[in-house]
Design a protein around this ligand. Structure first.
Ligand code: GDP
Ligand code: MG
Length: 779
């Protein structure tokens, strides 16, 4: 490490990174260590994506300056590797795995072995993959602090024990990381493959279409087809990205096989860019050292940008989990009998009160988008029961025949002289009896509704005490059903009372004489109407006859014939038929001269009233119908009014006022305390998870809050000032190429990252920070 490096690395963005990145790392570690938390936290990191063998692992090793990743011709990265690089000012160098707390690895070959072993533990020893990440921290004086995630490379053809859909699986694993806005995508593409076909860029485009958080890395610049180069791509002219591209040259397989170390590879890379004529325009922005510096800077800016959102996210999650924990209740304190009893009593009382409020519409939590609670019972009364009763029209349901049959039957053998009363009573009773069923149904509907409402009134935490919930449900249901019995009895009694006495003195009842008068009036009206009609018709007939009109003789005889024919069909035919009956046999008729015995026609098996009514019968039917309708209307109204009252008194109010007492009688028993307050097996797990999440969130909030406020606020200006410093020492492409390592991406064609204003990005160039970094990461 260079002597000036330490001091300068703490400058500007790098200094900010020294605070911000470890803080995020601590949050990440706590998050991973807690495991299985109830929420997702988008923490900033850099994910390395690319197709298999594009050089991802080579880039990572180059950044660390050590060989520590499993290598081979096959798929090696089979689990995500979250690599936390921590710059060590003290100069010590070691690795630590999160799954092996307290164990320090100073030999990087051992780190590689452990990655391999842990990959096998998590994904099996074949070629299958797993999305459970391995977390490795590398502390070194040769690294810049940042967090990278090495992901499996995209493959197309399944090998070994890989499933058929391996490509899809790897893609979705990569997506899981890069879809988050907090993730910077390091898209690695080999320069010897057409950039337009790059898997890395294709994937990145899906989640970052404008390329604002994607930085491109081109590997294998040294083995491109002779006569071709990647200058246009590096100048951001082929597939433009806002953060641009950085070219690197890693070791080839032969170098690795020959045991060439990374330091000498770095030197070779430096020489490649310094000596290459074709890459002279981009040499300053290429190479591993530039890559490290850019990544560190991008990550710091990125963290700084999303820090406020992250803090809010954590605060929101804390609140949410706090309420969740509260709703889960803390039954752990309810070990003693008295505590259990107190809890039980509290819940039963609260529930009963809540239920009563719900019925009265006093519950503030009634839903806004549907009719609920007591209003549903009112709906049953008004819109179902009353409406149905109002719809019953006895003048439609009772036919003339039924009425006449009742009249005939009630007058028995003696017949009747005056208007019969008994058929009215019989018919009205029959109609009242029909009202019993809808009245009882109304009570049953309300009973069912109350059971339904009772379920909705169960507090959320009741679900956590399954024994209490079950017992309470059946107790409430049986109590409501118990109340249905007296309700039904009372409703039946109401109907029976109506049946017991037909009150013909009811003030609203039409009464016999008024009924007769009404019918007669009505009839008179009809007679007058028809008389008028007849007169009108005769008048018009007279008029038509007085007009000179002559039929021809043929027409006249035709008309007469048809007239005669009709008369014959209508009258004479039927008269003859009638004569052919028993009357004819008595008075001679057609059977004149037949002296055989006389037989009576047998009475029919079923005797029905005749189709035609005489005047007296017509009057009787009309009057009876009017009486029945009038009286039925009175009874129906009484029941429409009384049944809801009975239901409310005997069931709704009875349940409301007596429920708590009944529940206490049934459930508040010392020998039931323990079982009723025993919580659901899930609840303990949920509570534990919630507590764990809260604990983590507390640590996370504390960690982020511990970032010095001054630094937090000044970071952007810090970043600006360091840029400004860099810009003051801008290196022209013609400057000594040996400075390339310390330069920043200053290519005019590379767009500035969104975090920094474009003007600054154009100005920025290499400077002391860049040179310092070069020494920090061990040139
Ligand atoms: P990964 O599958 O994406 O992790 O790719 P690796 O880093 O394992 O590299 C695949 C192969 O490409 C290895 O043999 C590397 O040595 C080789 N390789 C990687 N980068 C370069 C490079 O820049 N130049 C050359 N010549 N070979 C490289
Ligand atoms: Mg790899």
């Amino acid at each position: 490490m260079g002597e000036t490096g330490e001091g300068q690395a703490k400058d500007g963005i790098a200094a900010l990174g020294e605070v911000l990145i470890p803080a995020i790392n601590r949050v990440q570690d706590a998050f991973a260590a807690a495991g299985g938390l109830t929420f997702q936290l988008d923490l900033p990191q850099v994910a390395v994506v690319g197709s298999q063998s594009s050089g991802k692992s080579s880039v990572l090793e180059s950044l660390v300056g050590r060989d520590f990743l499993p290598r081979g011709p096959d798929i090696c990265t089979r689990r995500p590797l979250v690599l936390q690089l921590v710059h060590s000012a003290k100069g010590d160098e070691y690795g630590e795995f999160l799954h092996l707390p307290g164990e320090t690895f100073t030999k990087f070959t051992k780190i590689r072995d452990e990655i391999e072993a842990e990959t096998n533990r998590g994904a099996g020893s074949g070629k299958s993959i797993s999305n459970v990440p391995i977390r490795l921290k590398i502390v070194s004086p040769h690294v810049l602090t940042m967090t990278l995630v090495d992901l499996p490379g995209i493959t197309r053809v399944p090998v070994g024990n890989q499933p058929k859909d391996i490509e899809q699986r790897i893609r979705s694993m990569i997506m899981e990381y890069i879809k988050h806005q907090s993730c910077v995508i390091l898209a690695v593409s080999p320069a010897n493959v057409d950039l337009a076909n790059s898997d890395a860029l294709t994937l990145a485009k899906e989640v970052d279409p404008d390329g604002s958080r994607t930085i491109g890395v081109l590997t294998k610049l040294d083995i491109m087809d002779r006569g071709t180069n990647a200058v246009a791509a590096l100048e951001n002219k082929v597939v433009p990205l806002m953060l641009g591209y950085i070219g690197v040259v890693n070791r080839c397989q032969a170098d690795i096989n020959a045991g060439r170390d990374i330091r000498s590879a770095r030197e070779a890379e430096r020489k490649f860019f310094v000596q290459s004529e074709e890459y002279s325009s981009v040499a300053q922005v290429c190479g591993t050292i530039n890559l490290a510096q850019r990544l560190n800077e991008i990550l710091v800016r990125h963290i700084h940008k999303i820090l406020p959102r992250l803090k809010r996210q954590i605060e929101f999650a804390r609140e949410e989990n706090f309420h969740k924990l509260q709703s889960l209740g803390d039954w752990s304190q309810s070990d003693s009998k008295s505590a259990q009893g107190a809890l039980l009593l509290k819940m039963l009382t609260e529930y009963s009160q809540f239920f009563a409020n719900h019925l009265d519409g006093q519950d503030g939590n009634l839903p806004a988008n549907e009719v609920a609670g007591g209003a549903r019972i009112r709906h049953i009364f008004q819109n179902i029961f009353v409406k149905e009763l109002q719809g019953v029209d006895p003048s439609v349901t009772l036919t003339d025949k039924e009425i006449q049959t009742a009249i005939v039957n009630c007058s028995g053998i003696r017949g009747s002289l005056l208007m019969p009363e008994i058929p009215f009573q019989l018919l009205v009773r029959r109609l009242i009896e029909n009202l019993l069923e809808p009245c009882l149904q109304c009570a049953r509907f309300v009973c069912e509704e109350m059971i339904h409402i009772a379920r909705r009134c169960e507090p959320e935490r009741m679900g956590m005490l399954p024994n209490l919930q079950n017992n309470l449900r059946s107790a409430v249901q049986s109590y409501i059903e118990d109340c249905l019995t007296p309700t039904e009895e009372m409703v039946s009694n109401l109907v029976n009372c109506e049946l017991a006495h037909i009150n013909t003195s009811h003030p609203d009842f039409i009464g016999g004489s008024q009924a007769i008068a009404t019918v007669l009036d009505h009839k008179k009206g009809l007679v007058e109407q028809s008389k008028k009609k007849f007169e009108d018709e005769s008048q018009s007939l007279r008029q038509s006859l007085s007009t000179p009109f002559k039929m021809n003789p043929h027409e006249q005889s035709e008309s007469l014939n048809s007239e005669q024919k009709k008369r014959k069909q209508d009258g004479e035919g039927t008269a003859r038929d009638r004569q052919s009956g028993w009357i004819a046999s008595i008075f001679g008729g057609t059977n004149k001269g037949n002296t055989e015995s006389i037989y009576l026609q047998e009475p029919p098996k079923v005797l029905r009233v005749s189709e035609t009514k005489n005047e007296q019968e017509e009057l009787e039917v009309a009057v009876t119908r009017l009486l029945v309708s009038s009286y039925f209307g009175i009874v129906s109204k009484t029941l429409q009014d009384m049944v809801p009252k009975v239901v409310v008194h005997f069931m709704v109010n009875a349940v409301k006022s007596g429920l708590q007492k009944r529940l206490v009688q049934l459930l508040y028993k010392e020998d039931l305390f323990a079982s009723l307050t025993k919580e659901h097996s899930d609840v303990a797990t949920k509570r534990e998870k919630c507590q764990k999440t809260l604990k983590f969130l507390h640590v996370a909030a504390h960690t982020l809050d511990s970032i010095p406020k001054v630094l937090d606020q000044s970071s952007s200006s810090g970043a600006r000032s360091s840029s400004a410093r860099r810009s003051s020492r801008r290196v022209s492409p013609k400057r000594n190429r040996s400075e390339y390592a310390g330069s920043e991406n200053s290519h005019p064609n590379i767009k500035s990252p969104p975090e920094a204003p474009a003007s600054e990005r154009r100005k920025s160039s290499s400077g002391p920070l860049g040179r310092g970094l070069a020494s920090v990461i061990g040139r």
